[in-house]
Design a binder for this molecule. Sequence first.
Ligand SMILES: Cc1cc2nc3c(=O)[nH]c(=O)nc-3n(C[C@H](O)[C@H](O)[C@H](O)COP(=O)(O)OP(=O)(O)OC[C@H]3O[C@@H](n4cnc5c(N)ncnc54)[C@H](O)[C@@H]3O)c2cc1C
Length: 327
Amino acid sequence: MNLMPEFRCHRPASLDEAVKLKSGLPASRFLGGGTDLLVNLRRGLGEPSDLIDLGGIADYASIRRADGALWLGAGVTLAELARRAELAADYPALVKAVLAVAGPTHRASATLGGNLCQDTRCIFYNQRDWWREGNGFCLKYKGDRCHVVVKSDRCYATYHGDVAPVLIALGAEAAILGPGGMRRVAIETLYREDGASYLTLAADEALAAVVLPPAAGRRVGYEKARVRDTVDFPLAGVAVALRREGEAIAELRVAITGTNSAPLLVPTADLVGKPWDEASAKALDDVLRKTANVLRTTVTGAKYRRRALHRMTRSLIDGLWNPAAQA
Ligand SMILES: Cc1cc2nc3c(=O)[nH]c(=O)nc-3n(C[C@H](O)[C@H](O)[C@H](O)COP(=O)(O)OP(=O)(O)OC[C@H]3O[C@@H](n4cnc5c(N)ncnc54)[C@H](O)[C@@H]3O)c2cc1C
């Protein structure tokens, strides 16, 4: 580990103040629980001039109901999300994903905002500075080429967050605060398929909250593949929200993580109105193959991660379609 680089630290009292500070400090970073950012800084991955610690902002860490939706402040810790009875009752898959993030000590300080905005990862990036230098650095930071796809002009580092896919499957929105005020977007549009520039947030915007729509009769699940069950990022992960009407799929939202530079919503519109049978499973498998782009970004082989993704998706939907058969 490197020594922590020098930076100034600010503790604004409101998110408005935090956003104003960020506008005037182009080389600054927001700080949530620090379980992603501080680890990376100790590895020499970044030299911010200033950290803007969001931990002192009271209403940033609140949970409230408004117009039937549940507003989760981006500063709520993952441990707090896992404790909340209203989430356990209406959004159990979200709680499952939250509890699958790292270990209990991480979740005690890790925030929802930090989880969604966490950095992308790659075996050529999450390394010590001297290792990276010996390799000529890489496109994501300090270098000019990607070692995963050598002739590429973009970085293929992978997004490995657990919470985003469930929020995408649930149709949640991100409330974003910038100098011009608040805007709301679907969670999936927070991201872009570029490992070096994976967030669509402007430099002076902060994620303020996540807006969860009512659970609305959907069955929702999340599965992740990992090597160590105690603490491990998803090597591949999938969230599914399914609404069944009789023998037909009334709604199907499938979101994946750990495979691409962004968590992605898989296109499933063609399956709506059909039964969940072998033909539908095959059609979804084909779409999944076209959407997921598993590359050599982790120590675990890409082939295993690809297979795990397909297998998990099939068994998750089988179980949601017919919970009695699975029990
Ligand atoms: C050993 C280990 C295992 C881990 N395992 C997992 C895992 O299994 N699954 C998983 O999902 N993650 C995992 N993580 C990553 C990390 O711990 C979690 O994602 C955590 O939720 C990050 O939250 P944080 O508040 O600590 O983020 P921070 O480290 O504070 O911030 C992360 C990033 O988000 C930005 N940010 C924070 N808040 C905002 C905001 N409001 N608006 C805009 N940008 C913001 C920061 O600038 C930073 O770039 C692991 C980390 C470690 C060290």
